[in-house]
Design a protein around this ligand. Structure first.
Ligand code: SF4
Length: 93
């Protein structure tokens, strides 16, 4: 059952979103990906959805390239994405 469609914010520079057609998160509650302060269990559920998503790699590229700061994307928390970006920046030096 489709309960909602997760969409990307329009303010980010990478506008290629064709891959989102195959997103598994389109078939679950979008709020699963934006846990509250006590939403550790919901975040874990979101990561489970991402783990089986056929567009995980495209999603990960998109979210890191666009520096999307909130929510669970590509199985990564906000903190995990920041850590990856920090490491990527260090590797550029
Ligand atoms: S990897 Fe996760 S957040 Fe990204 S499209 Fe798939 S289900 Fe959605």
């Amino acid at each position: 059952m489709t309960t909602g469609m997760r969409t990307a914010p329009n303010e980010f520079p990478n506008t290629d979103r064709d891959w989102m057609v195959g997103a598994r998160c389109r078939q679950v509650d979008p709020e699963l990906f934006f846990p509250s302060e006590t939403g550790v269990i919901r975040a874990a559920e979101a990561k489970t959805v991402c783990a089986l998503c056929p567009v995980l790699a495209a999603c990960r590229n998109y979210v890191l390239e666009n520096r999307i700061p909130y929510g669970i994307w590509a199985g990564l928390t906000e903190q995990q994405r920041r850590a990856i970006r920090t490491q990527q920046n260090r590797n550029k030096v």
